[in-house]
Write a protein that binds this ligand. Sequence first.
Ligand code: G3H
Ligand code: 13P
Ligand code: ZN
Length: 318
Amino acid sequence: MIVPTRVLFGHAYGKYALGAYNINNLEQAMGLFQGNMDSKAPFIIQISKGARKYTDKRMLEAIIRTADEIWPDALFAVHLDHGDEQACYDCIDSGFYSSVMIDGSHLPFEENIAVTRRVVERAHAKGVSVEAELGQLGGVEEHVSVDEKDAHLTDPQEAKEFIDRTGCDSLACAIGTSHGAFKFTGTQGIHYEIIEAIAALKPGFPLVMHGSSSVPQDEVERINAAGGNLKGAKGVDPEQYLPAAKRGVAKINIDTDGRLVWCRVHRELFRDQPSVFDLRPPGTIFMAEYAKFIASRNQYLGSAGELDGARDYVKANL
Ligand code: G3H
Ligand code: 13P
Ligand code: ZN
């Protein structure tokens, strides 16, 4: 069942984080739903602008509606990931999305506030929640590339002002992570003190952690052993998810890790079985492996086992 993002946040806040997983195709959708059902977890499906363009934006919506029929017990929100103003309006008007992200993080503070306020007004009129972003993660997002030297962490006082002036429902903060498979060169990690400072100024307000993939080293080694070249890839320690959640991070975004599972499955299969050219053998393995991966992430996030409680909470708060 598709439910409002803000209601899922209400259940998760301070206890666990919702896994927010990106999908681009039906194999990811199948593995995602299976993994969340296996681990009995509520979750968020994310669709990026790139994913909406990959085939036709209606295709992913149809896949999700069908998955909802196949797994009627699933409890999830549908979210636009890293939207610009127009993409937000398209998704709000479609009536399909539970929430949208307006990513004005690359804009000056006042311009970020202005565009976020416009989106909040349109979204709230239709019951859609809005995630905004303040601060800049390092790494590459679809529309903007941020060098480590230009990335800057979110200022908690600015975050409070931003939330108060925009009326956004959740805030993506730069707390030391970055997008992609190459996050850390040394022993850097999550800046818990920033989460704590924002939570002290805005108690109960859901924060979002982008760039949260863990880039499992066994996955990287297997990819490299099967002909890949991901030397030095490194991610967030997944043991840090739950401590972040307990401090106020209600949504943790994971995309790259799913791509690594996909890459490993396909590289190994075509290495080991060079005569295979059918798409279904790797697709079948990928769906099962992705389901296992999702279930394992939900254990770290603390969302595993929360499905029944979340369902009761949704019923009481819709
Ligand atoms: O943060 C970006 C997400 O990983 C989505 O990536 O824009 O390539 O679909 P994408
Ligand atoms: P990763 O690149 O760490 O998976 O982050 C995904 C993300 O933040 C999507 O918005
Ligand atoms: Zn992101």
